[in-house]
Design a protein around this ligand. Structure first.
Ligand SMILES: Cc1cc2nc3c(=O)[nH]c(=O)nc-3n(C[C@H](O)[C@H](O)[C@H](O)COP(=O)(O)OP(=O)(O)OC[C@H]3O[C@@H](n4cnc5c(N)ncnc54)[C@H](O)[C@@H]3O)c2cc1C
Ligand SMILES: NC(=O)c1ccc[n+]([C@@H]2O[C@H](COP(=O)([O-])OP(=O)(O)OC[C@H]3O[C@@H](n4cnc5c(N)ncnc54)[C@H](O)[C@@H]3O)[C@@H](O)[C@H]2O)c1
Length: 449
């Protein structure tokens, strides 16, 4: 049985990052991946999603905005399959880069599905390996609703498999994936319906921003179905899918996309052979240092159910390798103030507490909230206006900024810098005394009254 210093199960965002970092520190590392290197983010997540988002944005600009600038664009042809082919070729190149990066850090890569046979032995393709340190980074997969006809719909992986744009599509769900895919499909020209169980989507986000998002989606032609819990899907004689809701309403579309959440990839790894424990939600239980209940076994990324974002998985993986193989004994991830963007059309950027979370934690007299809604200059010349909304949540007399939220063009790119300022403890005064950059959407954050 071959012995390594470090075995990494799963070659996604977290697994690749920790394997490379450990390799750089001189550890003998084995990485085991069952499918494509890059995991969810590169193959069926962030990367293809962002390409589709860019495509939708570009099409919207050409179709809806260009003529106001005197640019004549006829959009007679849109080859969806060419977009998909180009996107997949790009992803193939990225996979190659991962291969060569791992090789240059001396990481051994084995293809296959790994399972524990004991606390420190891993089996893959009938071969066994052992190591002093083993990290589980197996990510997650989509959940499907438990209703008749669920197999007639597809999940986000199925969306990336599409080679034709559906004419009519229903997206079911209220999280990141649902609102992102609905925005992309609408932008690309599908007749798009978005159905969710409660009154509003994105319920953990700041409600001012979500209300702004819902009204933009309605304005841009997405049909919204609040209070709609899916009940069944059936295929009609002409191939149309009929999606029925518990409230008695129904929809007829060509494609149904389930985006109702994700679950951890746990079953295949045979945790019964270990002392690793789960949380009550079924994720791997870890402490602040990514340690599971079994000494020498760690978990990072989506499998831990904490902030399921690629940069979080990467940070957890790198910190863990720094701690185990470079003597950085206190290396761990700070899960506070993680900035995040939802790639809606236009995007939402958020860092820190929402107004309702702030009100739960602090006395109302301690909080000052600033909001503003405006028409970004990109829409100065056209009749179509897609409003931007920004919001700051400030705490105490010094008005320390504890929440920053926005929806509008550019919110995705401008958020990172503000997140640094907030992590450093910026106050409203710091924002106010920073000279604005004009004319931008970002300047709204430093001119709020
Ligand atoms: C549609 C979509 C869009 C997203 N967009 C964004 C975004 O814009 N920004 C962002 O930050 N995050 C985004 N995410 C989330 C992001 O993709 C995840 O947070 C991230 O990929 C988690 O990394 P991970 O290493 O934990 O798992 P993954 O990247 O899922 O990697 C896990 C890997 O483990 C492998 N594996 C599983 N079981 C085994 C086994 N037994 N043996 C060997 N290998 C195994 C899998 O094949 C997979 O490659 C998106 C997710 C989805 C689904
Ligand atoms: N831009 C980004 O960074 C990005 C993009 C996509 C995904 N992600 C990550 O991936 C995670 C998973 O995203 P997600 O959108 O799958 O999940 P989610 O957990 O964010 O949202 C799932 C939604 O589906 C609803 N739902 C659950 N069961 C349902 C049912 N039976 N019928 C109808 N609705 C139901 C839930 O109420 C919830 O609002 C996110 O939390 C995020 O961390 C990030």
């Amino acid at each position: 049985m071959e012995k390594f210093d470090y075995i990494v199960i799963g070659g996604g965002s977290g697994g690749i990052a920790t394997a490379n970092r450990a390799g750089m520190h001189g550890a003998k590392v084995l990485l085991i991946e069952g499918q494509h290197l890059g995991g969810t983010c590169v193959n069926v997540g962030c990367v293809p999603k962002k390409v589709m988002w860019n495509a939708a944005q570009l099409r919207e600009n050409l179709l809806l905005d260009a003529s106001s600038y005197g640019i004549d664009v006829s959009l007679e042809k849109f080859e969806f399959s060419q977009l998909v082919n180009n996107r997949e070729a790009y992803i193939e190149r990225l996979r190659g880069l991962y291969d060569s990066g791992l090789a240059s850090n001396g990481v051994t890569v084995v293809r296959g599905y790994a399972r524990f046979t004991s606390n420190d032995i891993i089996e893959v393709n009938n071969q066994t390996f052992t190591a002093e340190h083993i990290v589980i980074a197996t990510g997650g997969q989509s959940k499907l609703p438990d209703i008749p006809g669920k197999e007639l719909g597809i999940d986000s992986n199925g969306f990336f498999d599409l080679t034709e744009l559906p004419k009519r599509v229903a997206v079911v769900g209220a999280g990141y994936i649902a609102v992102e895919l609905a925005g992309v499909l609408n932008g690309l020209g599908s007749d798009t319906h978005l159905a969710y169980r409660k009154a509003m989507p994105l319920r953990s986000f700041d409600q001012t921003i979500v209300e702004a998002m819902v009204s933009i989606y309605e304005q841009e032609g997405i049909k919204m179905y609040p209070n709609s819990t899916p009940q069944a899907v059936e295929k009609l004689a002409d191939g149309t899918l009929k999606l029925s809701f518990e409230n008695g309403q129904s929809l007829e579309v060509d494609q149904v996309i389930w985006a109702i959440g994700r679950k951890p990839n746990i079953e295949a790894i045979n945790l019964e052979q270990t002392s690793v424990k789960l949380t009550d939600k079924g994720y791997l239980r870890v402490d602040d240092y990514q340690e599971t209940d079994q000494k020498g076994v760690y978990a990072i990324g989506d499998i831990t159910g904490k902030a399921e974002l690629t940069p979080v998985a990467i940070a957890a993986g790198r910190r863990l390798a720094d701690r185990l193989f470079n003597g950085q004994t206190d290396a761990k991830v700070d899960y506070n103030n993680i900035p995040t963007v939802v790639f809606t059309h236009p995007p939402i950027g958020t860092v820190g507490l929402t107004e309702s979370a702030a009100r739960e934690l602090h006395d109302d007299t301690q909080l000052t909230i600033y909001t503003s809604q405006f028409n970004p200059m990109q829409y100065a010349l056209q009749e179509r206006k897609v409003k931007a909304t920004v919001k700051l949540i400030c705490l105490g007399k010094e008005e320390r900024i504890i929440g920053l939220h926005g929806i509008g063009i550019g919110m995705d790119e401008l958020l990172q810098g503000f997140a640094v300022a907030i992590k450093m403890g910026a106050t409203k005064h710091d924002f106010d005394t920073t000279i604005a950059i004009h004319p931008t959407a970002a300047e709204e954050f430093v001119t709020l009254r």
